[in-house]
Design a protein. Structure first.
Length: 200
């Protein structure tokens, strides 16, 4: 290996090692931090940082009734407010918003989402019941059609039996009539023979 190239390679490795030792965090995975959106503010007796604190630790999102606003000698705007518990005091206007915080909005949206989900579940249940009723109605209709077909078949069979009975009755009646005629002729012939025998 060329001595000059070998020296250059050793120098490059030395520079890499030195750079890693000077900034070791570059070699580690970067760890993130986030700013908290939760904030606590004090409520003071008057519109100044020198005034006593009447209520400490009002958390972000606390609803306050706005009464009026003043500016102190340092040109900082202060708002006089009243808590839901009836405590009146002053807070820096920059810490107050005219609409709910994002966390409260998200909470309200979560509640609305939960209500909508319940309504959707209820509608899905009603839809499932409607489908079940439709299936049951279809099944009953099919059963009715089968029963109607069966009734029509039985009616036709009954009509055929009635016609067959009528036919048989005609046959039996005709047979009896013929037998009666033959019997009548036979009895008449028998009576004549007896009379002829009696005359002799």
């Amino acid at each position: 290996m060329n001595p000059t190239f070998k020296q250059m390679l050793i120098g490059a490795l030395a520079l890499l090692t030195l750079g890693a030792s000077l900034n070791p965090t570059r070699l580690l995975a970067e760890e993130l931090r986030y700013v908290s959106d939760v904030m606590y503010i004090p409520l003071r007796r008057g519109p100044s940082n020198q005034q006593d604190i009447v209520l400490n630790g009002l958390v972000s999102g606390t609803a306050l009734t706005f009464l009026r606003e003043e500016t102190d000698t340092a040109r900082i705007k202060w708002s006089q407010v009243r808590t839901a518990e009836g405590v009146t005091g002053w807070a820096r206007s920059q810490h107050l918003l005219s609409e709910p915080t994002a966390a409260l909005k998200i909470e309200a949206l979560d509640v609305q989402k939960s209500q909508l989900q319940q309504e959707l579940d209820s509608l899905n249940q009603q839809l499932a019941r409607a489908r079940d009723l439709e299936s049951e109605n279809q099944r009953l209709h099919e059963n009715y059609q089968l029963l109607q077909t069966r009734a029509d078949f039985l009616q036709a069979e009954n009509d055929q039996l009635k016609r067959s009975d009528r036919y048989n009755q005609w046959i039996y009646g005709g047979g009896l009539l013929v037998c009666g005629v033959f019997l009548s002729f036979f009895l008449q012939g028998l009576g004549r023979r007896r009379r002829q025998t009696d005359w002799r």
